[in-house]
Design a protein around this ligand. Structure first.
Ligand SMILES: Cc1cc2nc3c(=O)[nH]c(=O)nc-3n(C[C@H](O)[C@H](O)[C@H](O)COP(=O)(O)OP(=O)(O)OC[C@H]3O[C@@H](n4cnc5c(N)ncnc54)[C@H](O)[C@@H]3O)c2cc1C
Length: 324
């Protein structure tokens, strides 16, 4: 008799019914639903919360008129743990599919085996890709105004970008820093008009348009940025901090051999959130979809977990039929 919550130790590798990659809203939701189906479930996530870490206050998550990102993350994790999900903080570095159809997932230190995998790897901040950015990341270069803003009280900072997240970051930082420069590549903004107007009203925010960032300067920490202006003049702006807000991208090379991807490296999944590889499901922002929101990620993750359960039941019924 095969039981869905059966697990076995194979050469010290624990077998899971499902392993979820990512600990954002989609990963947590998939975990809760899988555990409710008595699946032995593990979430492997680089960090708790996913992109909600950057969100500040959330005002469109039903049940809470207004909730802080950190409170929501804590509630998500408490819920997953209470449901019986195992959660480990680790980055999945490699995935292999075995001849028997199971998956082996490798982190820096461990390996885990699973009958199914649910990918909820979300989106990551897009890098500027200029000299100095990586070297000074965490030493003046930041991708999160809500997290790192308080470190720049009374200091001079720049926000790079022209969309909602850039204008939002500039608005947040204007209450902390003495001076904020919002530096945009062109002269058109992709942010909501109301947000642009709000930022324009702030006395300590200067908007610089038609600027091409060349380098981020500094030895131990950021001391400025160099950009080319509309007249091709090189300008150096002394700064204490730089917040890069130029959008988010899917980083899915890890699973490239197992899934179809679009031109933005987002994963294609069908209505069951299944990918082209049997047993491998994907949900949330990492999947091709027009809208990226917590509730959408959660809805897809619910489908993915229930589909993974159905997949295991189908596979086990086939094994039983063969054994008879
Ligand atoms: C500034 C900002 C504000 C937002 N505000 C709102 C809002 O008010 N309301 C709303 O509904 N939505 C909002 N969103 C969107 C919302 O955050 C996303 O839609 C949601 O977080 C998507 O959830 P997810 O689980 O699919 O992906 P993510 O939240 O991106 O989580 C994916 C997780 O997977 C991890 N991961 C990636 N690769 C690996 C790997 N190899 N191994 C282990 N872990 C890995 C990542 O580190 C990350 O933690 C906002 C987004 C941003 C950036």
């Amino acid at each position: 008799m095969y039981n869905i919550c059966t697990y076995k130790l194979i050469s010290k590798i624990i077998m899971y019914d499902t392993i979820i990659i990512g600990q954002g809203p989609a990963g947590i939701t998939a975990g809760i639903y899988a555990a409710r189906r008595e699946m032995k479930t593990l979430i492997l996530g680089k960090e708790a919360g996913g992109q909600i870490i950057w969100a500040g206050e959330i005002e469109n998550y039903p049940g809470f008129i207004n909730i802080s990102n950190f409170e929501l993350i804590t509630r998500f994790n408490d819920h997953a743990l209470a449901s019986g999900v195992e959660v480990k903080t680790a980055e999945v570095k490699k995935i292999e599919k075995k001849a028997d159809g199971n998956f082996v997932l490798f982190t820096e230190k461990d390996q885990f085996e699973a009958k199914t995998v649910i990918i909820t790897m979300g989106l990551a901040p897009r890098r500027l890709a200029v000299p100095g950015e990586l070297e000074l990341s965490g030493r003046g270069v930041s991708y999160c105004a809500n997290c790192d803003g308080p470190l720049y009280r009374g200091k001079e900072v720049a926000v790079i970008g022209s969309g909602n997240s850039a204008f939002d970051a500039a608005e947040v930082l204007s209450k902390i820093a003495s001076k904020v420069y919002l530096i945009a590549r062109g002269d058109k903004f992709k942010a909501f008009d109301s947000l642009v107007e709000e930022v324009k009203r702030r006395e300590n925010i200067d908007i610089i348009t038609n600027a091409k960032i060349e380098t981020i300067e500094g030895k131990e920490k950021v001391d400025g940025i160099v950009y080319t202006d509309v007249d091709d003049k090189i300008i150096k702006l002394p700064l204490d901090g730089i917040f890069v807000e130029i959008g988010r991208i899917a980083s899915t090379d890890l699973v490239s051999e197992f899934v179809e991807r679009d031109s933005k490296d987002q994963i294609l999944a069908d209505e069951k959130q299944a990918t082209k590889t049997p047993g491998l499901f994907a949900a949330g922002d990492v999947v091709v979809s027009d809208y990226k929101q917590i509730t959408i990620a959660m809805g897809q993750a619910t489908v993915a977990a229930l589909s993974a359960y159905q997949y295991i039941q189908g596979a086990e019924a086939t094994i039983q039929a063969t054994v008879k």
